[in-house]
Design a binder for this molecule. Structure first.
Ligand code: NAD
Length: 264
C-alpha cells in the first residue's frame, strides 16, 4: 500500500521539487499540496506546477488539507510551519524550513511527543557526511581556530543558514562548549584580536548559488578546510522524500537525518 504524503509550500522552489520527486516515486502518493493564501498557484494541479503531468490534486490554501496524510513534508516559512504545528494531529512530519523562532522550535519539540518528527536544516547526504567529518576534525584539532563560511542565493531570507548553525553546534558540541559563549556572526569595526576558542560564522549572499558550506580549522602553521557545495536543489528534495518514506509508521519521537542515512 502506498504512503500518502502532503506537501506544505508546494509552490515554492523546494516544494515543487518535492512534489516532482513524490510523483516519480513508486510507493508514495500525493495526499495534498498546500500553497499560501495569496499564491497565484492556488487551485492549479500540483503535478503541472511541479513540471509533471497533471496528477488530479489541485493545490489548496488551507493547512487543514494535510489532515489524514501519513506524512507531511514542509518547506515553507517559519510562520507557516508555526501555523501548521497547530493543525497537525498525529501525522508524521518532515520539515526543512529554516530560520525558526525559538517558540516554533519549542512547538516542534512538543509535537514530537505526539508524532514522529524529523526537522533538518539540510537534507543532502553530502552535508550529513560533512557534519560527521567536521565534528571529528574539531575534536582532533582542539586548539585550532574555526571559521564557518556559507554562501547562498540572493533570495534566501535567513542568515546564517540553518546548516551553518548546525555545523556551529557540531563544533561547539565536539569541544564541550556552549554556542552562545563562542559564536561571533561576522566582524566589523575595531574588534580586537581574535579570542581563543571563538567560532566565526559568515554569510555570503550572491546570485543563484544553491548552497555552499566551508569549515576552516586553522592553527599550527596549517589550514584544513572541509567543504560541501550543492549544485542542484533536487538533492534536498530527494533527501526529504527519502526521509518521508523512512519516517512513515515510525514511533512517536524526534529523528535526525543521520538516522535515515544510518551514518552512525
Ligand atoms: P520559497 O520562498 O521558494 O518557498 C516557500 C513557499 O512557502 C512559498 O511558495 C510561500 O508562498 C509558501 N508559503 C508561505 N506561507 C504558506 C502557507 N501558510 N501555506 C503553504 N505555503 C506557504 O523558499 P524555498 O527556497 O523553497 O525554501 C523554503 C524553506 O526551506 C526555507 O526556509 C529554506 O531555507 C528551506 N530550505 C531547506 C533545505 C533543506 O535541505 N532543509 C533546502 C533548501 C531550502
Amino acid at each position: 500500500m502506498s504512503t500518502t504524503v502532503a506537501v506544505v509550500g508546494a509552490a515554492g522552489r523546494m516544494g515543487r521539487l518535492v512534489v516532482a520527486e513524490l510523483l516519480d516515486h513508486p510507493s508514495l502518493s500525493l495526499h495534498a499540496a498546500v500553497v499560501s493564501a495569496s499564491s497565484d498557484a492556488r487551485g492549479v494541479d500540483a503535478g503541472v506546477l511541479a513540471g509533471r503531468p497533471a496528477c488530479g490534486v489541485p493545490t489548496r490554501a488551507e493547512l487543514a488539507a494535510v489532515g489524514g496524510a501519513d506524512v507531511v513534508v514542509d518547506f515553507s516559512t517559519p510562520g507557516a510551519l508555526a501555523a501548521l504545528l497547530e493543525v497537525l494531529d498525529g501525522e508524521a512530519l518532515v520539515s526543512g524550513t529554516t530560520g525558526l523562532e525559538d517558540s516554533t522550535a519549542a512547538a516542534l519539540g512538543g509535537y514530537a511527543e505526539r508524532a514522529a518528527v524529523l526537522h533538518a536544516a539540510n537534507f543532502s547526504t553530502g552535508v550529513a557526511a560533512l557534519r560527521h567529518l567536521v565534528a571529528q576534525a574539531a575534536r582532533a584539532l582542539p586548539g585550532y581556530d574555526v571559521e564557518i563560511v556559507e554562501v547562498h542565493h540572493h533570495h534566501k531570507r535567513d542568515a546564517p543558514s540553518g546548516t551553518a548553525a548546525a555545523l556551529l553546534g557540531d563544533v561547539a558540541g565536539a569541544r564541550g562548549v556552549e554556542v552562545a559563549d563562542v559564536a561571533v556572526y561576522g566582524r566589523a569595526g575595531l574588534v580586537g584580536a581574535r579570542p581563543t576558542g571563538e567560532i566565526g560564522v559568515h554569510a555570503v549572499r550572491a546570485g543563484d548559488v544553491v548552497g555552499e558550506h566551508a569549515v576552516w580549522l586553522v592553527g599550527g602553521g596549517e589550514r584544513l578546510v572541509i567543504s560541501h557545495a550543492a549544485h542542484d536543489r533536487a538533492v534536498f528534495a530527494r533527501g526529504a522524500v527519502r526521509a518521508a518514506q523512512w519516517i512513515a509508521g515510525r514511533a512517536v519521537g524526534r529523528y535526525a537525518i543521520r538516522d535515515v542515512l544510518d551514518l552512525d
